[in-house]
Ligand binder design. Structure first.
Ligand code: URA
Length: 246
């Protein structure tokens, strides 16, 4: 759990003047609101289960998670597999309440096998910390599991081919809230062509479980357009509210 005393530092890292945030801040969570550290499994490129090891997923679905992870690791269903260093499955707690969905791995993610580990990932960690969540407490995945060449936008056929994996992750995780980061993730999940400015600021219902889904700006965009960080902060506060009371 994030040290509450670090909060202003994280907010400053997000580029938001502290006085604005103090005025608009979500109340500091009481001790009993603080989410416990994950008792379940976590995913990373190192997280492949040891054969014969006990089920540590915490939600009784370790085998399904590891089968899915292996299927993704060896996937050749689209041409993106030809250019990847490795697939980027997802990372975080398999019992997380919050699922964050980005677009696709970039160069650093392709190299390390973990989503959001570059500059945008550092900002994402700071954004999470501002709502008192550690990266390890949420689950982070992408629409695509493989890096598109030269970081181009995912193509529709690639998204259609790859997102059954994401859907299976959602089914296994059963998050209480989904945060879609950026236009690509938002438009795909909502099957909309509306600009992101029209998709953010609302709460959608996703899938058969009607999971609350919030759209916000991609951290990479926020790095380029820091003035939008105050809107992103509004979105994060919505996420926090929904996690308390979906
Ligand atoms: N951008 C994304 O959308 N996902 C990542 O994993 C990294 C950068």
């Amino acid at each position: 759990m994030t040290n509450p005393g670090m909060r202003e530092q994280y907010l400053e890292a997000m580029g938001i003047p502290v006085w604005v945030l103090r005025e608009a801040a979500v109340p500091e969570p009481a001790a009993d609101e603080v989410q416990p550290a994950d008792a379940g499994g976590t995913d990373s490129q190192e997280a492949a289960p040891t054969p014969g090891a006990p089920d540590t997923a915490g939600n009784g679905r370790a085998v399904e998670w590891s089968d899915l992870q292996e299927t993704v690791r060896t996937c050749t269903r689209c041409a993106l597999h030809e250019g990847r260093t490795q697939t980027v499955f997802g990372v975080g707690s398999r019992t997380a309440d919050l699922l964050i969905i980005g677009e696709a791995p970039g160069a650093e993610e392709d190299r390390r096998g973990e989503p959001f580990v570059g500059r945008a990932g550092k900002l994402l960690n700071a954004m999470l910390a501002a709502i008192h969540l550690a990266r390890e407490e949420v689950y982070i995945a992408n629409i695509l599991k493989c890096r598109p060449p030269n970081n181009r936008d995912p193509r529709t056929d690639e998204q259609a081919t790859c997102t059954p994996y994401l859907q299976r992750q959602i089914d296994l995780l059963q998050p209480r809230v989904i945060l879609a980061l950026g236009r690509v993730a938002a438009q795909w999940l909502l099957q909309s062509d509306a600009p992101i400015g029209r998709l953010r600021g609302r709460t959608f219902e996703y899938g058969s479980q009607s999971t609350p889904l919030v759209v916000s700006y991609h951290p990479a965009y926020l790095l380029r357009s820091p003035l939008q960080k105050s809107r992103s902060w509004e979105d994060l506060k919505s996420v926090k509210r929904l996690l308390k009371d979906p």
